[in-house]
Design a protein around this ligand. Structure first.
Ligand code: C2E
Ligand code: SIN
Ligand code: SIN
Ligand code: FE
Ligand code: FE
Length: 634
């Protein structure tokens, strides 16, 4: 047919006499022969099929062929084949099919990634998606770009089917434009395609991080990962075929890379938020330890627990500055195998910690093994096998109070955030130390003050005895006896302190009673009694403004109340009367009656016992009387 040359590239003559099957694609040949056989069985049979036919220029054309058996037609006696070139349509269909599959894959990746906040899972899914789209990839690398340090840090890598341990791959410094392919993708923010990697490697000197166990890659595709307009890294794929990657591969991988970039960014934000939360909780724990405990060792232990767990270091200790000797002394430690550092005593300026304290700065030693002369604090120290060291001065209100030391049995390469958190922990430790020192000081001055007060009270009580013409030591005697009786009745040590002070001051209100009444030799008139009975109220008025003595007021205010409610000043009855006063009343009457008074002579002991027994349940609380009468009174 004159149409044949256009379709197949051959002139009509070029085809005449040729075996038609020669031109059919080997994969389609069996099928085409089958169709031909079918057609030849019947005259007038008509078959059709689609197959690939090789054009004279070597390319394969998709042909829709229809054959009709006209061998039975006497006028024709031939088979007639109609060919229609459907290559373009076929390719368009395939393209659409492929696009649809790719879109589905990208969509699936997007959905899968949206569910994950786990970085390792994100990388694994990204890798699976890349393999789905570019199954012949022999290298897939995901590197994150550390903008602050201008480093490419490999986060995930598979090469020749092996997943690499990325922690072992050193970061690659960002290269200037026109050198490394990954750097190129970062600079231009666009995909970078390399058609002949070997040729390129001969031309430019780049960092090639990992050797290949499979065939050397020939093509490479490097796509920036963009999230919120920032390049956060690069996805690199390579394969062993030359000129493998097209612009549409680059576009597709970009969509995948950007989808992953958003997920990675989210996961990192989530990680950051989580770490911050943990750090806040750590600082909170320390705060609670500081305010909840007056035990400095305990608080420092808490600080060190958080230091080692949050900063992920093997060991730490806190040295306290002794302000008298100007030495740093071991305060607390955690994570040590030996007691190497527990006997530490360093002068300021001596060793790393001494220098940190003296110069008030961080001291960092990346590798202690190379500095054997500096840290010979103990012969055991070497067996701890520490490598990295940090010494952080602890200062509170401008004063150095100690040093926080950190030890790690592997190298440390801390980032800004780690250092910031270390500083925060050091601040807390300093605060704890400062607080504890303050507390110790406060406690000491409280004790001193309490001693001073009690001496004052005893002085007053002696002055009162003198004025009252009480027998020598009346107040001391009733005080001691009252404390003994109260203890026998089971009162606590803390209550006894106040009972003692109350007893010493029980008749302080008599300071408001004139000598004429107080020292009168005979019985009191009603008017004089009215004044005398005010002495407990005077005591209340004198003592209640003194916070320190308020818990001691029960005895001065209530020691003349009576069990049956006939006492004064308020006429309280039974359990309304504070126990301290009920106890004291028995002792006071006992001692008053055993003593001479301006208005009568002392009673003999048996008479006093009888009087007290008789007043049980009227003047006195019966259970106090019972206990009192059991006591040894001399
Ligand atoms: P005080 O001398 O220290 O007596 C304390 C309490 O011991 C008295 O509280 C009373 O319950 C008991 N008491 C003392 N002496 C006697 C006594 O001779 N017989 C009896 N049954 N109980 C006695 P009271 O009675 O409320 O007195 C309070 C204070 O009033 C006394 O303290 C004393 O300073 C004064 N006072 C009491 N009676 C007289 C009195 O007749 N003449 C004078 N000048 N003062 C008196
Ligand atoms: C290149 O720069 O083309 C090869 C090195 C690389 O894979 O980045
Ligand atoms: C690179 O990270 O650019 C090198 C990739 C490779 O090892 O082929
Ligand atoms: Fe009294
Ligand atoms: Fe008295």
């Amino acid at each position: 047919s004159p149409a044949a040359p256009g379709l197949l590239g051959y002139s009509t003559n070029g085809l005449v006499g040729r075996n038609a099957f020669e031109f059919v694609h080997p994969d389609d040949l069996e099928r085409v022969k089958g169709l031909m056989g079918q057609m030849l069985q019947d005259s007038h049979a008509r078959v059709s099929g689609i197959f690939r036919f090789q054009h004279k220029n070597g390319s394969w054309r998709w042909i829709e062929g229809t054959g009709t058996n006209l061998l039975g037609e006497p006028s024709v006696r031939a088979i007639v084949l109609n060919y229609r070139d459907i290559t373009d349509r076929r390719q368009a269909e395939e393209q659409i099919q492929r696009r649809a599959e790719e879109l589905l894959a990208v969509n699936a990746l997007g959905r899968a990634l949206a569910e994950s906040l786990e970085l390792s899972e994100i990388y694994a899914r990204l890798y699976q998606a890349i393999l789905g789209l570019l199954p012949d990839s022999s290298t897939v690398f995901v590197s994150l770009f550390d903008r602050a340090r201008e480093l490419l840090v490999c986060a995930y890598g598979v090469q020749d089917g092996e997943q690499l341990n990325v922690d072992e791959l050193p970061p690659i410094p960002l290269e200037p434009p026109g050198v490394g392919s990954q750097s190129e993708a970062i600079h231009t923010r666009r995909p970078f395609i390399v058609n002949d990697l070997q040729a390129r490697l001969r031309r430019v000197k780049v960092n090639v991080t990992v050797g290949h166990s499979g065939p050397f890659p020939q093509s490479g595709l490097y796509v920036p990962m963009l999230a919120k307009g920032e390049v956060i890294g690069v996805v690199m794929v390579q394969c062993p075929t030359l000129s493998r990657y097209s612009q549409s591969d680059a576009d597709l991988l970009s969509v995948v890379a950007n989808t992953a970039a958003v997920a990675i960014e989210n996961a990192r934000l989530f990680d950051d938020a989580e770490r911050r939360l943990r750090q806040t909780q750590a600082l909170n724990n320390i705060d609670r330890a500081i305010s909840g405990s007056t035990d400095l060792r305990f608080t420092l232990k808490t600080v060190l627990d958080e230091v080692t767990s949050q900063l992920q270091v093997d060991a730490g200790d806190i040295l306290l500055l002794n302000p008298h000797t100007h030495t740093l002394e071991y305060g607390a430690g955690r994570g040590f195998h030996t007691q190497a550092l527990q006997h530490t005593r360093l002068r300021l300026g001596e060793s790393y910690a001494g220098r940190a304290a003296l110069e008030r700065r961080f001291v960092s030693v990346p590798d202690l093994r190379q500095r054997t002369t500096d840290l010979l604090r103990s012969p055991y120290f070497a067996s701890e096998a520490f490598i990295a060291y940090y010494g952080v001065p602890l200062s509170a209100k401008g004063q150095v109070v100690g040093v926080l030391e950190i030890f790690h049995r592997a190298p440390l390469s801390p980032d800004r955030e780690w250092l910031d958190f270390l500083e925060a922990l050091a601040g807390q430790a300093a605060l704890a130390i400062d607080n504890a020192t303050l507390f110790e000081g406060l406690e000491r001055s409280n004790v001193e003050l309490a001693l001073a007060y009690d001496a004052t009270i005893e002085g007053w009580s002696r002055a009162l005895d003198l004025r009252d013409k009480e027998t020598e030591g009346h107040t001391q005697r009733v005080t001691n006896l009252t404390v003994r009786l109260a203890r026998a009745l089971g009162l606590s040590q803390a209550e006894l302190v106040h009972i003692r002070r109350g007893a010493l001051l029980h008749d302080i209100g008599k300071m408001g009673v004139p000598d004429g009444i107080l020292l009168k030799a005979g019985a009191l008139t009603d008017q004089e009694w009215a004044v005398m009975r005010r002495h407990p109220v005077y005591a209340y008025e004198m003592l209640s403004p003194i916070t320190y003595l308020r818990p001691a007021l029960d005895i001065p205010y209530c020691h003349h109340e009576k069990w049956d409610g006939t006492g004064y000043p308020r006429g309280l009855k039974g359990d309304q009367i504070p126990l301290a006063a009920l106890i004291f009343a028995v002792v006071d009457v006992w001692d008053a009656l055993r003593s001479d008074r301006p208005y009568r002579a002392a009673w003999p002991e048996e008479k006093v016992r009888e009087h007290i027994r008789q007043q049980s349940g009227t003047h006195f609380d019966p259970k106090v009387v019972d206990k009192f009468l059991q006591m040894e009174l001399r």
